[in-house]
Design a protein around this ligand. Structure first.
Ligand SMILES: *Cc1c(COP(=O)(O)O)cnc(C)c1O
Length: 462
């Protein structure tokens, strides 16, 4: 399988190369040149299999040139062995035909562990074979960073630097990033918001001297390996509810568009997904865009679902690539316009997006009310991100097609908002109950590219 850039100007790479590279050299994002297909029989056969087996069957065609079969099976096994639930991604019924896909049983209690734990193992095996060392730099609105640190801590072929917006992540998120004692872990609190963190990381990748000098590698949701890992649970959940014999819809609390884009890939592979519903909080650029108002940046407003406080959704570029008929030149032009503030989506591309995606938005009050109502009616304590999803899903449900809402984090990761809504202080699972007692280690840093680069150069071991 070859991987191509959404902007059409970067060399084609193998899976392993695209994974180790992250952002393409033309500024674009890598995608498989063709999307592998799964037949209805192959999908039906997934029902009831162990999660790891489903993961192997779904992902193998994407990676087969880069890893041996047994090697890849070992990678998957190690990636998910630390999860706190045997089903890995259990499905719970919320009410008639509305289901919750619990994606928060990994080591940092959010769905990002599904991708990050896999990518940690993939990097380790690939780098060991090459005898190389890399510097991983990532931006986080909270959950990516803790998941990355948890996945890469202690691996000797990797230094990991995570930029998070100072004062804008929850205490649990911050402590998950600042308490690991491993010397290859570096948490950086940036004076700025998440978009500033993400812009700094993009600028570092576009500075080729720096990029080559420190052997920069990216694990943000632009990395296709992360999208791929997330495709798996769309298959496991849909197959367990009767796909391919009936259609299923998904609602996805969305920030960077990585998780929902994985659902789009699953659909293109042959999974009979009816609607993919984008659920946003008050930072609703995606909802406005899918409602036909163009893609124009606003200011990021801090919310109680901070992992979705995003104005520029990097993975949306991938959706645009397909909506514009795989025209890299057109995507490159849109991304230039975005630097000036935004762009209008062409009529043809808009129709293509609407064939697959719906969208909705939940206000802060609606999110709190949904946490409370779901506790009363379904005995489920939702995190605020999942509550945004449930609220939008209830409005988007159509006919008797089952709706699966992705529950993206454990309520204990966002205790303040959950307690405000429900009166219940959600306890951390026992395996991390000493989090508040561990010492923190963090560097506060200005929103200044040169200062960040100097700091990284001074800290790396290679
Ligand atoms: C990252 C995250 C999201 C948004 O996912 P994207 O892939 O960025 O769209 C939603 N909820 C939680 C809890 C997250 O950590």
């Amino acid at each position: 399988m070859k991987y191509i850039s959404t902007r059409g100007q970067a060399p084609e790479l193998t899976f392993e190369e695209a994974m180790l590279t992250g952002l393409a050299r033309d500024g674009g994002l890598y995608l498989p040149a063709e999307i592998p297909q799964m037949s209805p029989d192959e999908i039906a056969a997934l029902a009831g299999l162990p999660y790891e087996e489903i993961a192997f069957r779904v992902m193998w065609p994407y990676v087969s040139g880069s890893f041996a079969e047994d090697e890849f099976k070992g990678i998957i096994a190690r990636a998910y062995e630390g999860f706190g639930h045997a089903a890995r991604a259990p499905l719970k019924q919320l009410n008639e035909n509305h289901f919750l896909l619990e994606l928060f049983h990994g080591p940092t209690l959010a769905f990002k562990d599904f991708a990050m734990q896999l990518i940690g193992q993939l990097f380790q095996v690939a780098l060991q074979k090459r005898g190389e060392r890399v510097t991983i730099v990532g931006a986080t609105s909270g959950d990516t960073g803790s998941a990355a640190i948890e996945a890469f801590r202690g691996l000797d072929a990797v230094d990991v630097f995570i930029l998070f917006p100072h004062g804008r992540v929850s205490e649990v998120q911050r402590r998950q990033m600042t308490t690991p004692a491993d010397s290859n872990v570096h948490a950086l609190a940036l004076d700025g918001d998440f978009d500033d963190c993400q812009a700094a990381v993009k600028d570092m990748f576009n500075d080729f001297d720096f990029r080559d000098g420190v052997k920069l590698a990216g694990v943000n949701s632009i990395n296709f390996a992360r999208v791929l890992a997330q495709v798996v649970y769309y298959f496991s959940a849909a197959a367990s509810l009767g796909a391919p014999h009936r259609k299923i819809s998904f609602t996805v609390p969305t920030g960077n568009f990585g998780d929902i884009f994985a659902g789009y890939i699953a659909k293109r592979m042959g999974l009979p997904i009816d609607r993919l519903v984008v659920a946003t909080n008050q930072n609703d650029i995606l909802h406005r865009c899918l409602s036909g108002e163009g893609y124009y940046k606003g200011d990021t407003i801090p919310s109680i679902s901070p992992s979705m406080d995003i104005q520029v959704s990097s993975n949306f570029e991938r959706a645009l690539f397909y909506a514009y008929g795989e025209d890299g030149g057109a995507v490159a032009q849109l991304m230039d316009e975005l630097k000036q503030g935004g762009f209008d989506v062409s009529q043809g591309a808009m129709e293509s997006l609407r064939e697959n995606f719906d969208s909705g938005r939940a206000s802060e009050d609606e999110t709190l009310a949904t946490i409370k109502a779901t506790l009363v009616s379904g005995a489920e304590l939702l995190c605020p991100h999942s509550a945004v999803g449930v609220k939008v899903a209830e409005e988007a449900r159509a006919g008797d097609i089952p709706m699966i809402t992705l529950a993206t984090a454990h309520p204990a990761k966002f205790p303040a908002a959950v307690e405000q809504a429900s009166g219940i202080h959600p306890p951390l699972p026992p395996r991390m109950s000493d989090l508040y007692d561990r010492p923190e280690r963090v560097t506060r840093i200005a929103n200044d590219l040169g200062a960040i680069q100097d700091h990284i150069r001074g800290q790396i071991t290679a």
